[in-house]
Write a protein that binds this ligand. Structure first.
Ligand code: TYD
Length: 266
């Protein structure tokens, strides 16, 4: 079996939906981008890297309003995030999953539960309900929580703080607690990682966890074939840090053939 054949089989399977969550300044965007690049190389699939709020053209307008516009009531804020999410899922995320892509989003509905329920102290069940309604129950296959003390995270943000970032230490403490509680309640979906770790080490750990959760088992090619056909597999050095053997080729094991694509399981 060649590495190429494994990739073609994988592409006919449904997509994967991965979300990154955590407080402001924890490094989600960097980790999401690195994971997306790696998954694209590993699986041969299309990777859609996106974010909330602001993953679409309409979303950019909603993002500007909610982060940089006038002050607003918490319910208004919650509905703007839900509206951004509804449009994001309907116009970008769901179509991508349906064509077999891997969607990696920087924040999803767990941010609403953490920030608008935890932070703003609205009801968690209500916030989850409006978001679930907005996305017709589409839930990620895996959610990575990058956990960091809010004071340390805030110090990492060098640009001017936006409306949410200015919400205060107590708000951010509640938000962090809400994320951790939500993750603890659903360990099958969540992976919780310490965001004080270096970028490379954190990324290596994320790859191990995501590959395991999505059952992306590495396929070790026969050394002779691979060396002849593919002397350089194009993966960067960090692959060796996660236990894959560079130069032997990577493909997808049989377990990767058919995960749920956000089937609605919480
Ligand atoms: P983010 O894009 O992660 O911030 P930045 O790129 O500026 O670092 O998120 C924007 C802010 O919106 C962040 O403070 C978290 C907040 N937010 C909510 O309060 N509720 C939500 O549902 C989402 C998606 C984000």
């Amino acid at each position: 079996m060649s590495d190429g054949a494994a990739r073609v089989d994988a592409v006919s399977a449904p997509g994967y939906f991965i979300s990154f969550e955590g407080g402001d300044g924890v490094g989600k965007s960097t980790q999401a981008r690195l994971l997306g690049q790696w998954l694209g190389e590993l699986t041969g699939r299309e990777v859609v890297l996106t974010r909330e709020p602001g993953g679409t053209e309409l979303g950019k307008e909603l993002r500007a309003a909610v982060l940089h516009g006038q002050d607003m009531d918490p319910r208004t804020e919650a509905l703007i995030y839900a509206a951004d999410r509804a449009h994001h899922v309907a116009s970008l995320v769901r179509p991508a999953l349906e064509r077999g892509a891997i969607v990696v989003t920087d924040r999803y509905l767990d941010s609403s539960v953490a920030y608008q329920a935890g932070g703003r102290e609205l009801g968690a069940d209500e916030i989850e309900l409006i978001s679930r309604w907005a996305v017709q129950d589409l839930m990620p296959d895996v959610t990575i929580l990058l956990d960091l003390d809010p004071a340390a995270a805030s110090a990492r943000i060098r640009r001017q703080h936006d409306r949410l970032e200015r919400a205060g230490a107590e708000f951010h403490r509640r938000t962090r607690e809400a994320f951790l509680a939500r993750a603890a309640a659903d360990p099958e979906r969540w992976v919780v990682l310490d965001a004080t770790t270096s970028i490379d080490d954190l990324q290596a750990q994320i790859r191990v966890d995501v590959a395991a959760r999505l059952e992306l088992t590495p396929v070790v090619e026969e050394a002779e074939d691979t060396v002849a056909a593919e002397p350089d597999d194009g993966f960067d050095d960090t692959d060796s840090a996660i236990g894959y053997t560079p130069g032997l080729g990577l493909g997808l094991g049989p377990g990767a053939a058919g995960p749920a694509t956000g089937s609605g399981a919480a």
